[in-house]
Design a protein around this ligand. Structure first.
Ligand code: ATP
Ligand code: MG
Length: 277
């Protein structure tokens, strides 16, 4: 890693490269730190937009939380700086882009690839939970892939750092855990549920409780209306893991440590976490 800590950064320290994408609050560019040549992703956010959508708190939380995390499967936030009109986030560059795009282009993943991603997520979440960070918005759009095909969790805007149980409703509907649908207090068990949803989506190409309208999705989540389509072969070990994560009662879900010891993960996940084949 070649980005110095504690330096006061400015735009002139970077050479801006290609446009990588656009989010609700700004644009992301590939950039290079001129002195070291180190590639980064520079996220440019307009202060005016933060004012308009009252998003300061959200962004502040993202910055505080993400810059405190250092894990191979969590996208690094190296630094941030600002000028009169914009805020710049200096992020780790994920050269292989969004996992979501890859999933949509191939339909569904092989068991080896799916297990590798689930193990990477479980390790990253275990690290976050140790630091009392609950992400709460884990979904394929927030997962990026680096040059080696290693999964990186991005977007900590919805995360919270707390020991207490939470009451707010957040996240995308398909990935909501039952306790969040019911607006009950929730803790890190929420992320374990989401891992079950993602594991299913990696293997089948769509989330398990998808329905024509949101009300139906919520109803299916509350019933844990889980089916395994026979469109293609998925091993019984994989289904076993999914069933042990998509459990209504959060305390009965498999723990992150148990996920990493599950036979399907042990037999399929790539130990390096890299998936470039
Ligand atoms: P939101 O505003 O809800 O966060 P978003 O996640 O799509 O939406 P950004 O995080 O601003 O928005 O990112 C926009 C796009 O830029 C992403 O979809 C992704 O394709 C690309 N991108 C973002 N960060 C990186 C990165 N670190 N490395 C490579 N590409 C990135
Ligand atoms: Mg994002």
């Amino acid at each position: 890693m070649a980005i110095e800590e504690k330096k006061e950064w400015k735009l002139q320290d970077f050479e801006i490269g290609k446009f990588l994408g656009e989010g609700k609050f700004g644009k992301v560019y590939l950039a290079r730190e001129i002195e070291s040549g180190f590639p980064v992703a520079l996220k440019v956010i307009f202060k005016e937009k933060l004012d308009k959508y009252q998003f300061w708190e959200h962004l502040t939380r993202e910055i505080v939380i993400q810059s405190s995390l250092q894990h191979p499967n969590v996208l690094r936030l190296f630094a941030w700086f600002h000028d009169e009109t914009r805020i710049f986030l200096v992020l780790e560059y994920a050269a292989n882009g969004e996992l979501y795009k890859l999933l949509r282009s191939v339909g569904h993943f092989t068991e080896k690839r799916a297990a590798t991603y689930v193990a990477s997520l479980a390790r990253a979440l275990a690290y976050c939970h140790e630091k009392h960070v609950i992400h709460r918005d884990i979904k394929p759009e927030n997962l990026l892939l680096d040059l080696d095909g290693r999964l990186k969790i991005a977007d900590f805007g919805w995360a919270v750092q707390s020991n207490a149980k939470r009451h707010t409703m957040c996240g995308t509907i398909d990935y909501l855990a039952p306790e969040m649908v019911e607006k009950k207090a929730h803790d890190h068990g929420v992320d374990n549920w989401t891992l079950g949803i993602l594991c299913y989506e990696f293997l089948y190409g769509m989330p398990p409780f998808e329905a024509a309208d949101q009300y139906d999705t919520l109803r299916r989540i509350m019933k844990v209306d889980l089916h395994f389509p026979s469109t293609h072969y998925v091993s019984s070990e994989a289904k076993d893991l999914i069933c042990k994560l998509l459990v209504k009662e959060s305390s009965k879900r498999l723990s992150l440590k148990q996920i990493l010891r599950h036979p399907w993960i042990m037999n399929n996940a790539e130990p390096s976490g890299c998936c470039n084949y």
